[in-house]
Design a protein around this ligand. Sequence first.
Ligand code: PLP
Length: 358
Amino acid sequence: MSRPTGATIRLDALRHNLAEVRRRAPGSRVMAVIKANAYGHGIAAVAHAFRDADAFAVASLEEALRVRAVGLGNPVVLLEGVFAAEEQKRAAANGFEIVVHDARQLEWLKQHDGPPLPVWIKVDTGMHRLGFTPQDFRAAYEQIAKLPQVAGTPRLMTHLAKADERDRAFTARQLQIFDELTAGLPGERSISNSAGTLAFPDAHRDWVRPGLVLYGVSPMEEGDGPSEGLKPAMTVATELIAVKTMPKGDVIGYGGRWSAPEETRYGIAAIGYGDGYPRHAGNGTPVLVNGERVPMIGRVSMDMIAVDLRSQPDARPGDRVVLWGEGLPVEEIARAAGTVPYELLCGVTQRVNFTVEN
Ligand SMILES: *Cc1c(COP(=O)(O)O)cnc(C)c1O
């Protein structure tokens, strides 16, 4: 028997979440974001589960080629466009759609002498990451729309910076800027990431671009996927590999960061930061042992963590331990570790055994 540390990916949950996105954005097509190895879930299995998506979106040509290798015909969008002039030919030859977000990419596009490509023009409405500034946007649009290198009417996109927050004013301002800049222009629009898809129906437009929600996880500051009607697709689990008792006052783990307030029964589970469990999760981070919550105690090691089993007198080695997923939202673990669920999902490491379930 090998190390019992594994991640299970449920395809039925993925399909449910895509259907839930469609139910919430009924007038929009869905560009399923499957960058970063489908948020750590495995690109091949996920692409198949989302085969009904209207398009896939990824962060690079390499990722797009990996999607193509799965053998599906869905359009594939490069969310950051190409990173060098040479990439444009390969993108065009493979039929990928590209984002053009700045003057450098526009120059590459003008020099392109292969088949025309569908283009998304990105405008920066406040995120200040990628996109033409409101000042430069119209001139860029006029140029791009006339280029023979562009297939069809260029489409228009922007990205929301704060749609996950309670305060809705910033997003409202981004929408207003986008609408003013693009008023009267033809072409399909896309604005919403997961948070926009959940919280801003006015931002759904022609195409929504959800990532995180498709994996059953909520991007919102508060709450979690299940409370949004989503099903977490990834469950990370292992087993107890030791169960013991320590006397009152003894400490556990590197640095002795937890000391027993009384004689304490505790367990060691085979998972650590070498598997992608966050090292910054502190004392009290919830862990499921046999389906019941117990607190983690002490520091996370590379291969192990300790859990307080005082509430579980019958727990023994071999018992199931769930770190996140079904019954324990990854959002909660992310908050306990001072990070976001995206990072935890993307960060599950190579040595974890992945299993795909229908
Ligand atoms: C990653 C990404 C998305 C998806 O974001 P989620 O928060 O996971 O829904 C959408 N659009 C762009 C441009 C992205 O880079």
